[in-house]
Design a protein. Structure first.
Length: 104
């Protein structure tokens, strides 16, 4: 079985928590960490932007990533939310087994 982290951002801690709860309730992720207070600097539609955001890091299985990314797209306020997959090359076996047991 293969595991990954899904790295995401949201406009607020409240939105991040809402998305995180849905992903865990729907068993698309075993756990979602919400990290408040990140500042993003980016270009959007030709303009330089700066915004405070919250980071979400979800622990899941590679097999569920596409479904997780689709669900985030449905739940998210952004037109083009950040959802990227970071594959886990190795990890503590008991923790990885926990991810497997808590996801779909």
């Amino acid at each position: 079985m293969s595991y990954c982290l899904a790295y995401m951002t949201a406009a607020s801690v409240e939105e991040a928590k809402s998305i995180g709860r849905a992903l865990v309730e729907e068993r698309l992720a075993a756990c979602v960490n919400v990290v408040p207070g990140m500042v993003s600097v980016y270009r959007w539609e030709g303009a330089l932007e700066e915004a405070e955001e919250a980071v979400l890091i979800a622990k899941t299985r590679v097999a569920l990533f596409d479904a997780l990314a689709r669900r985030v797209g449905e739940l998210h306020d952004y037109d083009n939310p950040c959802v990227v997959r970071l594959d886990i090359a190795a990890g503590r076996r008991l923790f990885l087994d926990w991810i497997a047991g808590e996801t779909g």
